[in-house]
Design a protein around this ligand. Sequence first.
Ligand code: WQD
Length: 339
Amino acid sequence: MTPSVLLTGGAGYIGSHTFLALHAAGLRPVVLDDFSNSQPEVLRRLAELSGAPVVFEQASIFDDAAVARLVEQHDIGAVIHFAGFKAVGESVADPLKYYRNNIAGFAALLTTLQRTACRKLVFSSSATVYGDPATVPITESFPRQHTNPYGHTKLVSEDMLAALAASDPSWRFGVLRYFNPVGAHPSGRIGESPNGIPNNLMPFVSQVAVGQRPFLQVFGDDYPTPDGTGVRDYIHVCDLAEGHVAAVNHLLAGHEGFTVNLGTGKGSSVLDLVKAFEKASGRPIPHRIVARRPGDVAACYADPTAARALLGWSARLGLEDMCRDSWRWQEANPQGYGA
Ligand code: WQD
């Protein structure tokens, strides 16, 4: 029987791309989403792209009955937990929204799962748990530190999983520390659809290219990096999705739990990305150097060795692919998924 995989937050940016990758890999994705940070239109497009109806329920991870029903009805073999808020700035302004949803909500989900037969879960963590690294590239053994409530919720969630696995070894957790997910499905039908003014670089650059924003503010050019601007490990969202397929298959094959970085191992500066986007779009990206953004680190990129050795996964796509696919999505969907 083809294993079914429950995607909490499966209508979101990473979740929707992972849905397609799981389907293409012959697994059966099932979506639970409350649309608190996503739109129903995504599911219509997933049905179009996968050529199959999407098995879905609109519910919160706090909804014990809905989660238990989905797990039993679809004989869920593993869960991928995407459902969580992820805006650093918002987490500083409204920490309780983040602690309730990202920690209490996750604990509620795990409590429900504990009453079912499902003991395999992949967790969407983040390189933000490394805080400001002393050196780069970053390996999984680097010390963890949080610099904002959002990052704290990821760090505490990882500790919660470690404690649960220690108390009940039947649990198997795959912890995936994402670096900077960007890009969109090559079809141009699904992509990143931020609410309001984008906090992140790629969606902001995309909106400048299409004329929605007059210019990009480059947050500082006085960092100790090759061109002075911030360096990050941008990873194509489709590569990231394949990393989730490899992680789920590793758990379904009965292996032990693990924690791995999902990054390319390459650092790109803000100006590198601007240049790559201008080339991919053929549009100029007007930009101005302004003061550093509080909380930003100079450089953050992965040592991706562990994911390759353990899961046989490594990123394939480069910055030009990421910019090309972001541009196609932006041009075809100037308002994202609409209001
Ligand atoms: C990238 C670079 C900015 C916007 C955050 C979260 C992380 C993850 C990804 C959730 C930095 C510069 C940005 C702009 C700029 N989110 N920049 N002008 O901060 O590395 O990571 O998003 O998992 O957890 O911390 O990503 O895209 O915001 O910034 O110059 O308008 O672009 O200074 O150097 P970041 P980002």
